[in-house]
Every structure is written in C-alpha cells, then in structure tokens.
Write a protein that binds this ligand. Structure first.
Ligand SMILES: *Cc1c(COP(=O)(O)O)cnc(C)c1O
Length: 461
C-alpha cells in the first residue's frame, strides 16, 4: 500500500500541474478514444511503471473540474480538507449500515444531519440520511410522501392516481423518480412559472382542484431552492399554505442552492423552508465537497424509518435502530459520504461555509456587473442567483460554448428558458476569484473575435 500511496502522490502532482498549465484538457473525440489512450484491458498484467504512464496520460486528457476555467456545471473546484476527508473514507472503507461496522462514522453522519436540520429550522427530533446525489434524495422525499398519504402502499401497491406537483423549471429527477416510484410520469403536473422561473402558486391550486374533481389523489409538492438553469427560488411560504390546506407533503429541493441556509445574508431566499416536510441539499454543489454528497432531512422521523427500514437478521445484530443507519437508507451497503463534509465543516467552521456560499453570490454579482456594463452582452438571468445567463453579440450560445470547449479555452454550458437559449456561466467553482471571472469574459471575447469572425460580423448587421 505504501508504494501505491507514493504513486498516488506522484499522480496528484501531475494533476495539479496540469490544472494550472492546461486548465481545459484538449478533448479527445469519442471515436478516437481507444486510439489515443491505452484503455484496453488484457489477459496479461501491467508493470507499475507502465501503469503510471497510462494513468498520467488519462489524467492529462480528463476534463479538469477544479481548474479556473471550469464554469460548466453546478459543481467545481476543490476544498482540500473535504478531499482529504473523502480520501480517508476510501482508506477506512466502512459501510454506513450498522454501528458495528462504521463506529464513530455513524456519529459523524448524525452530527451533520442534526446541524443541517437545525439550520433549516426543523424541530429537535428531526432526522435524515445521505445518498449519492440529489436525484436520489428527491426520490426518498417522494417515497416518504407517498407512504405518508397511503401507509399500506408498501405492502399492497396502489390502484389510485397519486399526483405530484412541481414547476416546469424544476429538475428532471422529479419526473424520472415518479416513473421509478410507480407514480407514473403522466401523474406529474408541471406548474407554470413567472418570468423569473418561480412556481406560480395560483396555477398550483388550480391544478390540485382539477385533480380532486377527477378523483385523483394529490400527495406531493416539490419546491425548488435554486432551479437548475436560472437558479430561481420558489416562494416556499406561499406554497406551504397550499400544502397545509390540501394536506400535501412539501419537499424543498435545495440540491443546487440549498447552501443558502448557511448564510445570514442569503438565507432569506429560502424563507419558509422550516415549514416544509423535507429538505435536500447537495454538499457537492455549493459546499464544495467532492461528488457525491447529498443530504435529506425531514421533520417526520417515524416516516423516514417507516419508508426505508426492513428487517434483516444477518445484518442488524447489535445496537439500536438509531445507530444502525441502514434502517433509514435507500441503500444496503453505503459509502461514507459524511466524512468529507464533516472534515471540511470541522476545519473551516460554519462561518467558513457561510463565506464560501457568500463568495459565490459575490462572484455572480461581479459577472452581472460586467455584463451590464458591456453593451455587446445581454443578461438573461436575474439577481440573487449564482447562474449567470447571457448572450454575446447574438452569437448562438450553443455554437459558442461548443467551440470554446473543442478549442480547450473554457468549459461553460448553455441553457434555455422559454424561447431563449443562452450561455449559462456558474460561479459555484470554489477556486474562483474575481479576476477569474474577468478572465472568463476576456477569453470569450478574444476567442469570438479571432475564431468566429463571421458570426461576430453577421451579428453586427
Ligand atoms: C443537480 C440537481 C439535482 C440532482 O442532483 P444530482 O446530485 O445530480 O443527482 C436535483 N435538483 C436540482 C435543483 C439540481 O440542481
């Protein structure tokens, strides 16, 4: 093992150098992958030196998500103490299902769940769990809501039309989860939004009433704290009133921007979150841990247990259910995803996490300022969002983003809302500073002038 740790350290040196010198890896076209890299597996073993060379080649051409040119996704950067925690979790290799096998790691996970519940404003007796991602924690919320509405559904199944409500700008996992949970995609109602992408409560009520008239069974409303494209925040307080009235489970999907609960300045964006029944947050997005680290908390401690526990004599042999976390998990064997967040949180404190979140909003503000002060740009997104959406000189966003990637200039994606397509620059990457935002625009402008002169020319006429 010691040799491999030394090898690992060498490979990390290569990666860190590459991130600096070639912040965007030159992409390999998919049909040349096997020619350019030695990926094939064979009967014979590979010598360590050869293995090191292959791994170095792979590292060099793998996209760099922690570089200062990565604006592409809702994660990025590297908080080194979180990475340290994740590396330790790999070395320790526990499974989180029992106290017998995970020991104090169980306490670490419980401490995170309790602290997040507290920040949300849930009562003392709340509970929660971790899952690999927001799609899965959203799934757990839907399942708890389903079981809360129809407790017998776990044994009998359902012949009713159970109905889900979520906004047209919410994450696709809601529809996908409805398919997997036996609810059916056609039983997901997409609620209209206003021009900023926020759910319209009047339309939600209209849809609920229509379903009730038809004899359908509404059971679940998903509100989003930070929609995936625009970063919009639904009005949780208003939605919660509707949910109380019709006895519906309210989940807040905070996978993207649920991190605002850490910030005195921005927590107002998720105002009313304590009124929800469950809340999920991806630490691998705003909080900067490595993938994947998603946490769900709920007020309904018994429901979590009711929906996810199963007896298993060969597994649960010591300690109580409170410490055997398999009883509240969607998985059996489960990776320790808590340690990376705990290590980060322990080392920089809640104040440090608050700073991290605030900085992302500050950088987004700097980006919006730049765009507003430069007439070649049009801003397509709104204040209080870390998604900065824009167009430049009417160059089609898709073409601009794809060319920037193929030429190894910048990693940035495009998105759309209603009839508009735009570049979506995200300021979530934890290694970014203000100068990197300015560099982003400079790189984009120089590239457009020199590499896409025809399009720039056309846009002017
Ligand atoms: C990213 C995201 C998800 C999905 O999270 P994964 O960890 O990628 O599964 C869910 N909801 C929203 C709003 C997101 O932005």
């Amino acid at each position: 093992m010691k040799n491999d740790i030394a090898l690992f350290s060498d490979l990390c040196d290569i990666l860190l150098t590459e991130e600096k010198e070639n912040p965007v890896a030159k992409p390999i076209s998919t049909n040349k992958l096997l020619q350019e890299l030695d990926l094939h597996l064979s009967d014979a073993p590979t010598l360590d030196d050869d293995l090191k060379n292959v791994l170095a080649d792979i590292i060099k051409s793998t996209p760099k998500t922690a570089s200062k040119a990565f604006f592409n996704q809702l994660f990025g950067g590297r908080m080194s103490k979180a990475t340290l925690g994740d590396l330790l979790a790999v070395m320790l290799n526990n499974s989180m299902y029992t106290y017998k096998v995970a020991g104090p790691q169980v306490g670490i996970e419980k401490e995170i769940i309790n602290n997040i519940s507290k920040l949300v404003g849930y009562p003392e007796n709340s509970n929660g769990t971790l899952a690999p991602g927001g799609s899965m924690t959203n799934m757990m919320a839907m399942l708890m809501a389903r079981d809360a509405k129809r407790p017998n559904i776990r044994t009998e199944g359902s012949k009713e039309n159970l109905i889900v409500y979520t906004s047209e700008t919410s994450h696709y996992s809601i529809a996908k989860n409805a398919a997997m949970a036996g609810i059916g995609k056609n039983n997901v109602r997409l609620v209209n939004t206003n021009e900023q992408g926020e759910l319209l409560v009047a339309h939600l009520e209209a849809l609920i009433n229509e379903d009730l008239r038809k004899g359908n069974v509404p059971f679940f409303v998903n509100a989003t704290a930070g929609t995936t494209v625009l970063g919009a925040f639904d009005d949780i307080t208003a939605i919660s009133r509707t949910c109380k009235l019709y006895e519906l489970w309210l989940h807040v999907d905070g996978a993207y921007c649920g991190g605002v609960i850490f910030s005195q300045r921005y927590k107002h964006l998720a105002k009313g979150v304590e009124l929800s029944d469950s809340f999920s947050i991806n630490a691998h997005k705003m909080l900067g841990t490595p993938l994947g680290c998603s946490i769900i908390v709920t007020k309904h401690r018994e429901q979590l247990h009711h929906s996810f526990s199963n007896e298993a004599d060969y597994l649960y042999q010591t300690d109580g259910d409170d410490f055997n976390l398999g009883k509240t998990s969607i998985q059996c064997g489960r990776r320790n995803d808590a340690l990376k967040l705990w290590t980060l949180w322990k080392s920089i404190g809640t104040n440090g996490l608050e700073d991290l979140v605030n900085k992302q909003f500050k950088l987004a503000e700097a980006a919006r300022d730049y765009i507003s002060n430069h007439p070649d740009y049009t801003l397509e997104s709104f204040d209080d969002s870390i998604s900065v959406c824009f167009n430049y000189k009417d160059i089609p966003a898709k073409e601009l983003c794809t060319k920037l990637y193929k030429d190894a200039q910048l990693m940035v994606g495009f998105g759309s809302f209603r009839d508009k397509e735009f570049v979506r620059m995200v300021t979530i990457n934890s290694v970014l500073e203000k100068e990197d935002i300015l560099n982003f625009f400079e790189t984009l402008e120089i590239f457009a002038e020199t590499q896409m002169p025809k399009l720039v020319e056309n846009a002017h006429h």
